[in-house]
Write a new protein. Sequence first.
Length: 461
Amino acid sequence: MNNKYFAEPFKIKMVEPITILTREERLAKIKEANYNLFSLKSEDVYIDLLSDSGTGAMSTNQWAGMMNGDEAYSGSKNYFNLISSAQDIFGYEYIQPVHQGRAAEKVVMPILLGPGKFAISNMHFDTTRAHVELTGARAIDCIVPEALDTKTYAPFKGNMDVLRLVELIEELGKENVGVIIMTITNNSAGGQPVSMENIKNTAEIANKYNIPLMIDAARFAENAFFIKEREEGYKDKSIKEIAREMFSHAHLFTMSAKKDAIINMGGLIGVKNDKELFEVIKGRTIPLEGFISYGGLSGRDLEAMAIGLQEGIDYNYLKYRIGQMEYMAGKLDIADIPYQSPVGGHAVFVNAGEFLPHIPYYEFPGQALAVELYIEAGIRGCDIGSYMMGNDPDTGKQIKSQFEFTRLAIPRRVYTQSHLDVIIEALIAIKNRVNTIPGYKINWEPKILRHFTSRLIPVDK
Ligand code: F0G
């Protein structure tokens, strides 16, 4: 429990007004949006916790860097600044910018996977799973059992279950496992960190079976912060030293730079030293994303990323950021509202399955709570549970997720302590009328990534 707020290590120079609708207006808006929070207009949202991706506030230095955008088709100076900044942090020889994380996945996955192949991860993010499946391969999650127990403290609930990983490789045949993916932090398990020891052990297994280990690096800096705080031997190391060590164990990485590089658009692919693989990646980047020295981004975006990567590993910034989650967790403890504990790096994952025990997984408790938070206070979160998981691609049946979370993702450097208090007050108000909250059923859904566009209606009781 932590009620001490580590104040923002920045001051505010520019403000963006936000609107507050009435409850009646919000009820009408959410109905119009078919109870899908992605279909709301952002101007109808008061506190937007839909994602921490691309929603951060850039610094004065980043905006100044944008003015130095060199928009040459090839060889822009911002490209070289970005490569140096990324090489400095990750210690990798080869770096390729792309326009976001899933673009990196689109470039890389078909090189490693195809029909009959498997990707094994501590947990696939939804777009990562989609890109695995689009190649014809299958995605298997292999998370440690303690992640499933949302109540008991464990310092690294994002870890790979390494014993199970070995069993899976033996069962499937090592030639059929195209890639092992380590997602740091582990978003879908609650933004939970992965320990250095677990990265090292996973790398040893990957090496033994000659399978490439890829890091999904979206929140690598937050992961490094947790290692510094929680793992023996790291408290005196800098975030950069820890990051370098984490990446030294892997073969390559994909990264959505919209999170820990604190930019609104951008991504990276990194390859440690496999020149041949990097040539293939470059060859695919040109038709899919654009020439290698811009990779789907403007020169100014490359510059903002070069600067943001360094700002994202600043210790005081990370202390404030993780402190926001800890502040909310402390308040939830007092209110006895269940969440994935200890709290993760980029979001509070409320355990909606437990908060709304009268709603079964196939009526989507995580989605039900997200809708209710919008109705209650104009707060937009999202489901990370059975609604997001969708249907089994082979049987077409609804998957029962290991978790039913409502994720409240906190944009970087955007909201103040008072906003966090509004979120807690809204959850407490909902707690006091929990039995009145309905489950939801789907009226229409697309085949893949359904949570973005499907249409829902409340279930009548
Ligand atoms: N990997 C992880 C772990 C992610 O969390 C995301 C995006 C991606 C890959 C894809 O990156 O959006 O730049 O294409 N996560 C966002 C989220 C969307 O809200 O958690 P992208």
